[in-house]
Design a protein around this ligand. Structure first.
Ligand code: GTP
Ligand code: MG
Length: 413
């Protein structure tokens, strides 16, 4: 490690930081990362068998015992990164918090993963990957994210060649394509927000429960049952939907219900998608018509299709090019509803794409836009520099030029 790297690492020379790499959850296993000039001393002081740290340094990975006998797996990467870096895999749940506490007591500062990855990877695609990876909630989304550094590495090299041979049109076409897909790629790590709206008693809460697979929201045959926004997340084809069940929309005299209606309108403002539910067995009323006019972008969901359809509904449906029929009570039509939703959001029905370089975070979107501006204004040297330092995974500070490039810190062998 160079002195520069040590100074860059934190405000206090000689410090170490610790962070949780795995999402806080009731998982069986968890991983902590300890990094910084003091990381070695700190980790060693927590081990019952401190010599195991040397074994980890020699072979990349070793089993060891925490001072209270807890078995752990220790990974080490002594070279290739700007600072000493260790990973501790231990039991998850509440157990990992004790291990974390021990590391803090031994002198490490607890930080968010962003701080640690900033220091190790700088403003690069790899940093963006590690910051966003724990936020993904499906295996497909995680796979699509994990593929990004090598996809961008390859694409970056191709774009650099195109820049050097003045093929700016090709570079711009690629960047435009990536930016056009950014609105969905950013959802690898962020759920799609869906607001369930409709007049009271049409079966919104029942639909939420059918999708969640358990009785998340109270269902009742009295209109005005749901007062607050009730949220549940579900996964479908690798995407995550955060569904917000809302109070039935009507002019409510009751002040609590009126507040619920205000929150419903708020939820529709921040949603990526609106499901407007109507009761297929009942005659539509003026409120249904008004809601259709208020939310022309919504997917119309006709519920209670297990009951005979009310003939008066035809007039309401006649003005709509598409609608989805469901029965929340019998969990029918749910996949069709989710397919229609993906089609609306993505233009297609498919899982996150592990083969396409994607602008999957706000920072990556910004870099692509900056790159496009530089190419458009003919500043090709600056564009090449931006490509190299953000996307092409150059050897890191402190690693000799002939050393392999650093890879995923959990893949240390
Ligand atoms: N037959 C039938 N009944 C349903 C279906 N979905 C909901 N219901 C019934 O419709 C009534 C209202 O259901 P809820 O899910 O509470 O309706 P809601 O739209 O959330 O109502 P509010 O919270 O008052 O706005 C309940 O008696 C449900 O059992 C369905 O698919 N088929
Ligand atoms: Mg409800």
């Amino acid at each position: 490690m160079t002195n520069d790297a040590a100074e860059q690492f934190g405000q206090t020379p000689g410090e170490a930081v610790v962070t949780m790499l795995t999402a806080p959850s009731s998982s069986a296993l968890a991983v902590l990362a300890v990094a910084g000039p003091e990381a070695r001393r700190i980790v060693q002081s927590c081990l019952l068998n401190p010599h195991r740290l040397e074994v980890a340094e020699e072979s990349g990975v070793a089993t060891a015992r925490w001072h209270d006998l807890e078995p752990i797996v220790l990974r080490a990467r002594p070279t290739g990164l700007p600072v000493p870096y260790y990973e501790i895999s231990c039991h998850g749940g509440t157990r990992v918090w004790y291990v974390l506490q021990d590391v803090v007591k031994a002198g490490a500062r607890r930080v968010n993963p962003e701080v640690l990855f900033d220091q190790i990877y700088g403003q690069t695609i790899t940093r963006e990957l590690y910051v966003h990876l724990p936020r993904t909630a499906t295996a497909d989304a995680a796979a699509a994210l994990l593929a990004q550094p090598s996809l961008w590495d390859k694409l970056g090299t191709a774009l650099l060649q195109q820049l050097r041979s003045n093929q700016t049109e090709r570079v711009l076409a690629t960047l435009n394509d990536i930016l056009a897909h950014a609105p969905y790629a950013t959802h690898y790590a962020i759920p799609w927000r869906v607001a369930l709206v409709g007049r009271p008693n049409v079966g919104k809460s029942s639909l939420l429960n059918a999708l969640a697979g358990f009785q998340r929201a109270v269902v009742h045959d009295a209109p005005g049952t749901t007062r607050d926004v009730v949220t549940e997340t579900i996964a479908y084809l690798g995407w995550v939907f955060e569904i917000h069940d809302t109070a039935g929309l009507r002019d409510a005299a009751d002040p609590i219900e009126a507040e619920g209606v205000r929150r419903t309108r708020e939820a529709t403002r921040t949603a990526d998608l609106i499901w407007l539910v109507v009761d297929g067995s009942a005659a539509p009323d003026a409120l249904d018509e008004e809601l259709l006019r208020t939310y022309p972008q919504a997917i119309l969901v006709v519920n209670k299709t297990d009951l005979p359809r009310n003939p008066l509904l035809e007039r309401l449906l006649a003005n709509r090019s598409a609608f989805v029929s469901v029965s929340a009570r019998f969990s029918r039509g749910l996949n069709e509803l989710l397919d229609a939703s993906l089609k609306k959001l993505l233009g297609t029905v498919r899982p996150p794409d592990p083969e396409r370089p994607a602008a999957f975070s706000p920072a990556v979107v910004r870099w692509c836009q900056e790159l496009r501006e530089l190419v458009e204004s003919g500043e090709l040297d600056a564009a090449a520099e931006l490509l190299e330092c953000r996307f092409c995974r150059p050897p890191r500070l402190g690693s000799p030029a002939n050393e392999p490039r650093p890879s995923h810190p959990t893949n240390l062998t």
